[in-house]
Design a protein around this ligand. Structure first.
Ligand code: AKG
Ligand code: FE2
Length: 277
């Protein structure tokens, strides 16, 4: 099989870099205008990770009028009716809400993806350039340019325009797929692995081609360019048990940050960065 354009760079990220991008993936990447899998149900959610630390719950408030005034109060909106907000769990019990509150920690556990830069529309499977968005954060942009260099056509520079952050909890998988919504396949996808070890399968151009299996550990980077852009790939398994997760260095780093520590012990984060046009 032809795997030209596939690069596996083990240990490309230092432990400090891994910790930085894990922290950003939890605290800043899910922030609006970036969208997450929770948008479809709750609208944009602000400061999810702070709400986890503060043990808050998200509740629906039918009486809350549609108003941008509420945004500054940490309330969140669904479309143009701002109905969901983080509250203290006790205050919800006192108010006797009919709607079941959802704890911020459950929402964090169920966070499956967030999108940075140009927003990917999963329902239409394309980039929706009309959705509000920020540029890819500067530090991530610089890192992606540096990492992409070996897979770039001579004399060209990688321009990161969009990124998808995948969050894997124990038991989560990513089925075999192609990333074919970008205009220019000669540019690589830069894919960073953080947290628990995973199995990555790199198949061929047909779903029937038997895949090559490899482990991806925290700090490993994969580049997919050229021929490899046309190869099916997926993540059938992550390892969350102590012996196989291989995250001891991360655990030591996060020993004073209990919420991150608890999260990463049973999770994998993948950040993949793309040039769209
Ligand atoms: O999680 C990974 O390593 C791969 C992610 C991926 O293929 C994707 O998001 O398109
Ligand atoms: Fe992919």
């Amino acid at each position: 099989m032809n795997f030209a354009g596939f690069y596996f760079i083990p240990g490309a990220l230092s432990v400090d870099e891994q910790c930085r991008w894990i922290r950003e993936s939890l605290m800043s990447f899910p922030q609006p205008p970036n969208r997450t899998n929770h948008n479809a149900i709750y609208g944009p959610i602000n400061d999810l990770f702070i709400a986890v630390k503060e043990r808050k719950v998200l509740v629906e408030d039918e009486n809350m009028p549609a108003s941008s005034d509420y945004a500054s109060n940490g309330c969140v909106g669904n479309g143009d009716t701002r109905r969901w907000s983080f509250c203290e769990e006790d205050s919800v019990l006192l108010r006797g809400k009919s709607c079941k509150p959802v704890s911020a920690s459950v929402l964090l556990r169920k966070l499956r993806w967030s999108t940075l830069g140009l927003q990917f529309d999963w329902s239409k499977r394309n980039y929706n350039v009309s959705l509000p968005h920020n540029k890819i954060p500067g530090g991530l942009c610089q890192l992606a340019k540096k990492l992409a260099a070996p897979a770039m056509p001579v004399g060209e520079e990688f321009h990161p325009e969009a990124a998808i952050v995948n969050y894997f909890a124990s038991g989560d998988t990513l089925g075999g797929h192609l990333d074919d919504m970008e205009a220019d396949w000669s540019k690589p996808i830069v894919s960073m692995s953080l947290g628990c070890k995973a199995i990555f399968l790199l198949g061929g151009k047909s779903r029937e081609d038997p895949p090559l299996a490899m482990f991806l550990r925290s700090g490993d980077v994969v580049l997919m360019a050229g021929e490899a852009r046309e190869c099916f790939h997926g993540v059938p398994r992550i390892f969350t048990d102590k012996e196989n997760a291989e995250i001891t260095a991360l655990e030591l780093h996060f020993c004073d940050e209990n919420d991150i520590l608890e999260y990463i012990r049973t999770s994998r984060i993948n950040i993949n960065i793309r040039q769209v046009f």
